[in-house]
Design a protein. Structure first.
Length: 410
C-alpha cells in the first residue's frame, strides 16, 4: 500500500551519515501514510506524525503514540463474542445467499458466480426486484447511519472489493470493535480502538480484490476469475485475529511522548510553530501523481470512519475525498515552494523522498533546484536509490523507479 518498507533502512543510514540526531527533539513525518518511516525513527527520537486521512492517523495512534499497550485475552474473548453475535444476525438474513456464493467459489464455477454477482444487489445498483433490495435502498442507508447499524460494507462493497461473506465479516468486526471500546477503561479507549482498526486495515489489504491499492476493484471476467477467487477465499475474520496476535508479539514499545496529528500539512506549518521549534528533522514524502491519493485508500478511510458516506462511481469513492496541490500539475511547484519556504524559517533539517519519474511534469531534479534555492548547494545532499515504486502510468517508470533522498541540512 504505497509503503516505504523496502527503503527504510537506507533512509535511516542516510540520515545517520549526514546528521547528528539528538533524543530530545522531534522527528516529524508530515505525510505519514502507513507510518513505516515513523516506526523506523521512533526507536531513536520522539516522533510527530501527521496525515490528512483518518486511516493513517489510526495507524499512527496504534504504532507511534502507543507506548506499550497490547490486546489482552479478556478483550479478545469479548471481541470474538460480539463479532459472532453480529455474524449470526446477518446469517439470519443472508444465509442462503452466503451459501450460494460459497458454493460457486469452492466449485470454481464461473457461470454460477457470474450469475450471483450480477443478480445480488448493492447500494447504488438498479436491482430493485430482488427479495433483499429493500436493504440497499437510499432510505435504508440513511436509516442505518442514523441508528448506527453495522451494514456499511455489505451495502457498499459486496461483490466488488470483497465478497458478500467477506463484507459481512468486516461489518461484524466493526461492530465488535465498537462494542469493545464501549466496555474498556477511558484511558485505553483511543489506543485499543486504534490497534484493532490497524489490524482490520491490514486484513483488508490482504484480502481485497484489487491491486496494491484500492483505486479500482477487478471486475469479474474469465481472465480475472482465478485471481478473484483466490482473494474471495481469504477469511478476513481469521486474518484479523492473526494480525492482532502479530501486533502483540511484534509491537515495539517506546518511552517517548510521541504526537500524532490528523490535519492538512499547511495547518501544521502555519499554526504549530510550538512543535516545529522543537523539531530537528522533517521527513516529507508527498503525493507524486496526478491521481488523488484519497482514491487509493478510500475503502480504508470508510472502514475507519464507518460513516455511510456519499459516494461516487462503482468504486464508491468518498465525495469528501481530499485532493492535494501536490497532485496538480499547475500547483505542485508552488506547493513545494510554500512548504520549503515555511520550514526554512526553523532550525530543523528537511528530508524529501521523491521519484525521478511521475506524470506531473515536475521531477526530483526540479525539487532539488528549489531546495538549493533555500538551503544552498552545499547543504543540499542528494542520494539516488533504485526502487520498484509505482509509476502510475508514467512509461519511464515501467521498468523501475529512481527514488531521490534529498536532505536540506541546517
Amino acid at each position: 500500500m504505497g509503503s516505504k518498507r523496502k527503503l527504510t533502512n537506507r533512509i535511516l543510514t542516510f540520515v545517520k551519515e549526514n546528521l547528528q540526531l539528538v533524543d530530545d527533539k522531534y522527528i516529524a513525518d508530515l505525510f505519514a501514510g502507513t507510518n513505516t518511516v515513523a516506526q523506523l525513527f521512533k526507536t531513536i527520537s520522539p516522533i510527530i506524525t501527521n496525515d490528512v486521512q483518518e486511516y493513517s492517523h489510526q495507524i499512527a495512534l496504534a504504532l507511534i503514540k502507543n507506548k506499550s499497550l497490547i490486546i489482552d485475552n479478556n478483550t479478545l474473548e469479548y471481541l470474538n463474542k460480539r463479532i459472532s453475535f453480529s455474524q449470526n444476525k446477518s446469517q439470519n438474513v443472508f444465509g442462503k445467499y452466503i451459501e450460494e456464493e460459497k458454493t460457486a467459489i469452492l466449485n470454481r464455477d464461473y457461470e454460477k458466480y457470474l450469475k450471483f454477482n450480477t443478480s445480488f444487489p448493492c447500494y447504488g445498483s438498479n436491482l430493485t426486484d430482488h427479495e433483499l433490495s429493500c436493504y440497499f435502498s437510499n432510505d435504508s442507508i440513511i436509516g442505518y447511519e442514523k441508528k448506527r447499524k453495522y451494514f456499511l460494507f455489505t451495502a457498499y462493497f459486496n461483490n466488488s472489493y470483497f465478497s458478500l461473506n467477506q463484507s459481512i465479516q468486516i461489518d461484524s468486526i466493526r461492530y465488535g470493535i465498537d462494542k469493545v471500546i464501549n466496555k474498556i477503561d477511558v484511558k485505553n479507549k483511543e489506543t485499543v480502538k486504534a490497534i484493532l482498526l490497524t489490524c482490520l486495515i491490514s486484513a483488508l489489504s490482504i484480502a481485497v480484490n484489487s491491486t496494491s491499492h484500492f483505486a479500482q476493484f477487478h471486475k469479474l471476467s474469465p481472465e480475472k476469475f482465478n485471481w478473484i477467487l483466490e482473494r474471495r477465499q481469504k477469511d478476513i475474520l481469521q486474518i484479523f485475529f492473526m494480525k492482532i496476535q502479530e501486533f502483540n508479539l511484534e509491537f515495539t514499545p517506546t518511552d517517548y511522548e510521541n504526537i500524532c496529528l490528523c490535519d492538512n500539512y499547511k495547518n501544521i506549518l502555519l499554526n504549530r510553530s510550538d512543535l516545529l521549534e522543537k523539531t530537528q528533522l522533517v521527513y516529507i514524502d508527498p503525493p507524486y501523481s496526478c491521481a488523488p491519493y484519497s482514491r487509493f485508500y478510500h475503502v480504508l478511510e470508510t472502514a475507519v470512519k464507518y460513516d455511510y458516506p456519499d459516494v461516487m462511481y462503482d468504486a464508491k469513492y468518498r465525495s469528501d475525498r481530499h485532493i492535494s496541490g501536490f497532485n496538480k500539475k499547475g500547483q505542485v511547484r508552488n506547493e513545494f515552494k510554500f512548504l520549503i519556504e515555511h520550514l526554512s524559517k526553523y532550525k530543523c533539517s528537511l528530508l524529501f523522498s521523491y521519484p525521478q519519474y511521475n506524470d506531473l511534469n515536475f521531477n526530483a531534479q526540479d525539487l532539488i533546484k528549489i531546495c538549493q534555492e533555500y538551503y544552498g548547494n552545499k547543504n543540499t545532499i542528494v542520494e539516488q536509490i533504485s526502487h520498484r515504486r509505482q509509476g502510475f502510468g508514467n512509461i519511464k517508470a515501467k521498468n523501475g523507479q529512481v527514488e531521490y533522498l534529498i536532505l536540506c541540512k541546517k
